[in-house]
Design a binder for this molecule. Structure first.
Ligand SMILES: Cc1cc2nc3c(=O)[nH]c(=O)nc-3n(C[C@H](O)[C@H](O)[C@H](O)COP(=O)(O)O)c2cc1C
Length: 364
């Protein structure tokens, strides 16, 4: 199986091509943004993944998107993350921190301030705040000086991530949060250096990459993108041009990898793969979780070097072993995806072949 083959890229070397996709689980202390003590065990249980990408972690409290999301800013947070990375490394794994600023996809009820964004364009829909869904609010457009401060927040958090023992950072440029809000025409109405032309809309994402690469070295930096993804009320009808130009700019760095979220039709991957000679991780968004068969075909076709699996990792901590054995896959209830509850977090067992054999012989 191709997914089980080792991967040797210029910047990352992995024992298999199965990555754990970043997944917010909402278990951190909501006041301090410190990850829950069980977080170390949660990720250590999943250390057989070729690479773990952590849940999105905020680089500034204003960029926090919902309850129980951890940060990577304070010393207390860094200490708690160090326990997580130690636990993963002890199990022989590798873990990148996903650095996240939610931009307008937040609420004063979540982080105490008016959310910030490239422009004062409210997101359609509702947002989960403190146990209930509420109307979104109009964000405040960032001033030009403030944009530089947010760039610095990413760089500072990247340094904290390395201090906390992460093997690198993945910048969250997908799913309608701050970085993609700068890229998309419907959320970026600015007429200054950061908006208007495609080149101007690329400026903020590229400044973040440059500042973070400068801080920790490009080989430890990755970027996640989701071209054309309408999530969180994004309209990107010009994604081909925007992302082709983004990749042309990024090629000057030897980044750890580019992480592309696409639909199962793989239109964005087909367009962008020829433009990206570096390491590419792919992940599919659809009703059903990305499957082993889809992963195999992404590698076979050359569209991806590594495939990220999200939902399957929630209930199958030993996903690579299950793929290898063709073992049954467990499913997690949606109710346990997020929240302060501790069930549905570290209590999914690894597959036990003996009890499966017993179950089979008992049935026959
Ligand atoms: C519970 C949950 C939380 C998620 N949190 C994040 C996140 O923090 N950052 C991110 O980039 N994507 C996040 N995603 C999206 C996943 O990384 C992935 O793109 C999506 O689940 C599709 O992959 P899958 O079909 O393998 O689950 C989340 C998805 C789920 C189900």
């Amino acid at each position: 199986m191709r997914l089980l083959e080792a991967f040797r890229g210029p910047a990352i070397q992995l024992p298999n091509r199965i990555a754990m996709a970043p997944m917010t689980r909402g278990r951190a202390d909501d006041t301090t943004g410190v990850p829950h003590p069980l977080t170390a065990e949660y990720y250590a249980q999943r250390a057989s993944a070729g690479l773990i990408v952590s849940e999105g972690v905020w680089v500034h409290r204003t960029g926090k998107s919902g309850p129980g999301i951890p940060g990577l800013v304070t010393e207390q947070q860094v200490e708690a993350w160090r326990a997580v990375t130690d636990a993963v490394h002890e199990k022989g794994g590798r873990i990148f921190a996903q650095l996240w600023h939610a931009g307008r996809v937040s609420h004063p009820g979540v982080m105490g301030r008016t959310p910030v964004a490239p422009s004062a364009v409210r997101q359609a829909g509702r947002i989960f705040v403190d146990d209930e869904w509420m109307d979104t609010v109009e964000p405040r457009a960032l001033g030009e000086d403030e944009i530089g401060e947010v760039v610095q927040d990413f760089a500072t958090s990247a340094r904290q991530a390395v201090d906390a023992g992460f093997d690198g950072v993945e910048l969250h440029g997908a799913n309608g949060y701050l970085i993609q809000e700068f890229l998309a025409r419907n959320t970026n109405l600015r007429q200054d250096r950061y908006g208007g032309s495609v080149a101007a809309r690329l400026r903020f994402p590229l400044e973040v990459v440059a500042a973070v690469a400068d801080q920790i070295g490009a080989a430890r930096v990755a970027l996640r993108i989701s071209p054309g993804n309408p999530e969180n009320d994004i309209v990107e009808d010009d994604w081909k041009e925007v992302y082709s130009r983004l990749l042309a700019e990024l090629r000057r760095y030897e980044l750890a990898y580019l992480h592309v979220i696409d639909t199962p039709e793989a239109e964005a991957l087909s367009h962008l793969r020829p433009l990206w000679p570096g390491t590419l991780i792919a992940n599919l968004r659809s009703e059903e979780p990305t499957s082993r068969e889809e992963g195999e075909s992404l590698i076979e076709s050359g569209l991806a070097d590594v495939v990220a699996f999200g939902r399957l990792f929630i209930a199958n901590p030993d996903l690579p072993a299950r793929f290898a054995l063709g073992a049954p896959l467990a499913a997690a209830d949606h109710d346990v995806y997020y929240g302060a509850r501790l069930d549905g977090y570290t209590d999914f067992p690894a597959f036990d072949p003996d009890s499966a054999k017993f179950a089979c012989s008992a049935r026959s």
